[in-house]
Design a protein around this ligand. Structure first.
Ligand code: NAD
Ligand code: ZN
Ligand code: ZN
Length: 369
């Protein structure tokens, strides 16, 4: 079928919205009609050429939500009409990692997905017979996409899809970092570094866990206001003195849990040093630049601080995303403040500009407008 999609033709150049061919879903694959898609830093990072593992041409986008249109042979967990959120982090339920509660890093299709192919090593996207690769196994800057069944989370049909798409990436990452990776306990003190989509999700996750005190650190006062709306009890403008400020706020000890959601390795270090001696846990969510390393003075670890990392918030997507969506529908999570702009597919470049200007938290592309 012919679909309209935003294609990365050349690194550093604007995406080109155009008609491309999408083939029918094969075994284990699903054709999804997209309703909405968030614009995320990872799309921009790849489009800029900064990501050394990036490739072109490809259809970008990975924060999608839509409706199942058709399924290939052997697909039994979703059916036409089901509402789904796309998962760049799939869940096959069979590999050694899927069967272990300690991780969400499914091994089933990693290699092909990283290279831009569907699990059988081919693409469904093409143009004039030339293949176009899939991005993060999703390619959701498009009217339709074909994805593996194991990379789709079936969500409650009442969930508005132009908000549900946020659960495809940053929001679930932040919520999950608190709920799954750190497993924040009630009555504790938490510090969240960064108040973008991921950090605000972590603030909400700490609140849902019953944390007594939630300190959010960011450079932007507007974003710190949003953090208050998600449950932050204290806010700090970040800087070189942040660790000292956190220690002052916590009786000299530091926090039970800290979260880093900036991608800056100096802030990651602050997150480690702001964690409490004895048991403080620092959870790193940010993606650092290639070759950058995290400096930790070993004494911090010997005296009982721990460091964890979290990919997609440790959320096993097909099980976990529908549960998070249910909590949103039940009124426990306030998603509305995260969506600052609604765009058409043709305006995808504007979505990148807004992100670079830090205007709002998320722009959402709607395909039905
Ligand atoms: N682990 C995962 O699975 C996963 C998933 C999505 C995103 N990420 C990563 O998480 C990070 C955050 O993503 P986002 O979408 O929220 O990004 P974002 O750019 O919207 O938010 C980052 C925030 O950090 C703040 N910040 C920058 N320097 C700071 C400092 N010195 N002190 C305090 N705050 C500072 C910025 O003001 C900004 O509000 C990125 O590195 C992103 O790549 C990771
Ligand atoms: Zn993303
Ligand atoms: Zn798996």
């Amino acid at each position: 079928m012919k679909i309209r999609a935003a294609v990365l033709e050349e690194f550093g150049a604007p995406l080109v919205v155009q008609e491309v061919d999408l083939a029918e879903p094969r075994d284990g694959e699903v054709l999804v009609r997209l309703a909405a898609c968030g614009v995320c830093h990872t799309d921009l990072y790849t489009a800029s050429g900064a990501d050394p593992s990036g490739y072109a041409p490809t259809v970008l986008g990975h924060e999608g939500a839509g409706v199942v249109e058709r399924v290939g042979d052997g697909v039994d967990s979703v059916a036409p009409g089901d509402h789904v959120v796309t998962l760049f982090s799939p869940q096959c339920r069979e590999c050694v990692h899927c069967r272990d509660p300690r991780t969400n890093l499914c091994l089933a299709i990693r290699e092909q997905q990283n290279r831009g192919y569907l699990p059988d090593g081919t693409t469904r996207l093409s143009r004039d017979g030339e293949q176009i690769r899939h991005f993060m196994g999703a390619s959701t800057f498009a009217e339709y996409t074909v994805m593996p069944e194991i990379a789709l989370a079936k969500v409650h049909p009442d969930a508005p899809l132009d908000r549900a798409c946020l659960f495809a990436c940053g929001l679930s990452t932040g919520l999950g970092a608190a709920l799954n990776t750190a497993r924040v306990e009630p009555g504790t003190t938490c510090v969240v570094f960064g108040a973008g989509m991921v950090g605000l999700g972590a603030v909400a996750g700490c609140r849902l866990s019953g944390a007594e005190r939630i300190v959010c650190v960011d450079l932007s006062k507007d974003r710190l206001e949003l953090a208050r709306g998600q449950g932050a009890t204290d806010v700090l403008v970040g800087g070189p003195e942040t660790v000292d400020r956190v220690l002052e706020l916590t009786g000299g000890f530091g926090a039970d849990y800290t979260f880093e959601a900036t991608g800056n390795v100096a802030v990651m270090r602050q997150a480690v040093e702001s964690a409490r001696m004895g048991w403080g846990l620092a959870t790193i969510c940010g993606v650092a630049g290639k070759g950058e390393t995290l400096d930790v003075v070993p004494r911090y670890l010997i005296t009982g601080r721990r460091v964890a990392g979290s990919s997609f918030g440790g959320v096993k997507g097909r099980d976990g995303v529908p549960q998070l969506v249910e909590r949103w529908l039940a009124g426990e999570i306030d998603v509305e403040p995260f969506v600052s702009h609604t765009l058409t597919l043709d305006e995808v470049g504007r979505g990148f500009e807004l992100m670079e200007q830090q205007a709002g938290i998320r722009s959402v592309i709607r395909f039905d407008s």
